[in-house]
Design a binder for this molecule. Structure first.
Ligand SMILES: NC(=[NH2+])NCCC[C@H](N)C(=O)O
Length: 475
């Protein structure tokens, strides 16, 4: 990369922040308060902060210890635990990426719906039609070989940060301590272990969603002008983002009663600010969010199509996914990915699925790739691979262990409904893996692979049965 494309410290921090903050923060106060009161919300942030910082440090350490593994998050799972686990990580990451776009589209039309009420909450017929139009517009751009431009990043980063800062200042000014602390633990009085833990657990998919992108945030630091900026910029960006998230979710509980907060339409921050300063507050937030989401939809669509493309080049997905057009765009991967987004948009219409439901599935789906990245770090420490004989491994052992424990906890916190839903999305992957192996004349299913895919299929059938019977309804 030429030197003028290299970034200084503040540009790096902005890029790190920009790759994590998308749309999630704009409904964060109500989403996080849905099942939790202030005390539990603060505990939830504490756990998330420790877990996410460890995970970011894992990615940072892996990037420097294994620079040749540049195929994204999935390549760590593959290097550590074999092709089939690697495949499942790529598959899950891909699902999460495109489901995230589905969620973004509904949120986008929720925001547009503030100005044009025909779009309602972003999941009615008008919104799905509008969303499809945007989807295929982005698809067309991607086919032409469009890449994420620095200018787009700059504009969208400003568009999201300005409203957020205005929000924080004005909502903090209107903060009423007694409103915030009324029923702090949600128990009508003192701390109760079981109730508070259940509340904390309910916040975990929300706080995870707003941090998705953390894996890419670490990679962008490779563009640093000075190597020594990389670590600090990532950490400053990460902690800065965490502070914004904590403040947005906490201050809101001091201007509006929790019961009112959770009943607001998306994006809820718009209506919270409106309640403090009047309609211009909502206008500002919605405009910023619309710009931010358009950028995020483009970025995540490119990334979503990139994932199976890279995996196909490595031979764990069928060759078809590696096909390029004359502009160098992964044409088959783009069509399949965006086709799936389109199908889900229609599903949402029929199931009246919400932005919140879709992103919860996207959050649950990314847990597999995150977990195997953390476990790979752990494995490197234990086997001593890449470590010199005198080199201390204590720090890396700690971050690998904390990030692994955090990801196990998240899988537990995701809850059975969403895990089963994920099984439905993961299970068909086996066919594609088999096809990829078949193409190169290898056999796909060792006994352990067979066991994993068999287990996933059983879970998927169970999930579909339960959904059909209406016992669970994740969407
Ligand atoms: N797979 C996706 N499209 N993920 C989007 C990441 C969400 C992002 N962290 C946000 O707060 O909005």
């Amino acid at each position: 990369m030429s030197d003028d494309r290299k970034l200084g410290f503040f540009a790096l921090v902005a890029l790190v922040v920009g790759s994590m903050i998308g749309g999630g923060v704009f409904s964060l106060p109500s989403d996080i308060a849905q099942g939790a009161h202030p005390g539990a919300i603060l505990l939830g942030w504490l756990i998330t902060g420790v877990g996410m910082i460890s995970l970011a440090l894992v990615y940072q350490s892996l990037a420097s210890r294994k620079p040749d593994l540049d195929g994204g998050v999935y390549s760590y799972a593959r290097a550590g635990f074999g092709e089939y686990i690697g495949f499942n990580s790529a598959w899950g990451y891909w699902i999460s990426a495109w489901l995230g776009t589905v969620a973004f589209i509904t949120l986008l039309f929720g925001a547009i719906g503030y100005f044009f009420p025909v779009f309602g909450e972003g999941n009615n017929l008008a919104s799905i039609l509008g969303g499809s139009l945007i989807l295929w517009g982005v698809h067309f751009l991607a086919l032409r070989g469009v890449r994420e431009a620095a200018l787009v990043n700059l504009v969208t980063t400003i568009a999201k940060l300005v409203p957020l800062i205005v929000f924080l200042v004005l909502v903090t000014l209107g903060f009423k301590a007694d409103l915030f602390s009324s029923d702090f633990w949600g128990t009508g009085g003192a701390f109760e272990w079981s109730s508070v833990m259940a509340q904390v657990k309910s916040t975990m998919m929300v706080t995870l969603w707003v941090f998705i992108g953390i894996e890419g945030a670490v990679v962008v630091s490779g563009r640093a002008k000075n190597r020594k900026d990389v670590g600090t910029a990532t950490l400053v960006g990460l902690v800065g983002t965490l502070i914004i998230y904590v403040l947005v979710s906490i201050t809101s509980l001091g201007v509006m009663a929790r019961g009112d907060l959770v009943g607001l339409p998306n994006p809820t921050t718009a209506y919270i600010l409106e309640s403090v300063v009047g309609p211009w507050g909502a206008t500002l937030i919605n405009l910023g969010l619309i710009v931010s989401l358009l950028g995020a939809i483009l970025g995540w669509t490119l990334l979503a199509a990139e994932t199976p493309y890279v995996a196909a080049k490595d031979g764990v997905l069928p060759r078809l996914f590696a096909k390029e057009n004359a502009n160098g765009a992964p044409v088959a991967s783009l069509w399949i990915t965006n086709g799936l987004i389109q199908i889900f948009l229609v599903l949402i219409l029929f199931s009246s699925g919400t932005y919140q439901a879709v992103y919860t599935i996207a959050s649950a789906a990314i847990l597999i790739p995150y977990m195997f990245s953390a476990l790979y770090q752990f494995k490197l420490v234990v086997t001593g691979e890449t470590y010199g004989p005198e080199e201390s491994r204590v720090g890396d052992l700690a971050i690998g262990a904390i990030a692994s424990v955090y990801s196990f906890w998240l899988i537990y916190a995701a809850g059975l409904d969403y895990l089963l839903m994920c099984a439905v999305l993961y299970a068909p992957g086996a066919f594609f893996f088999w096809k990829a192996k078949y193409e190169s004349g290898k056999s796909a299913f060792s006994p352990s692979n067979f066991l994993i895919s068999g287990g996933l299929s059983v879970a998927a059938v169970l999930a579909l049965t339960l959904m059909y019977k209406g016992v669970i309804s994740p969407l």
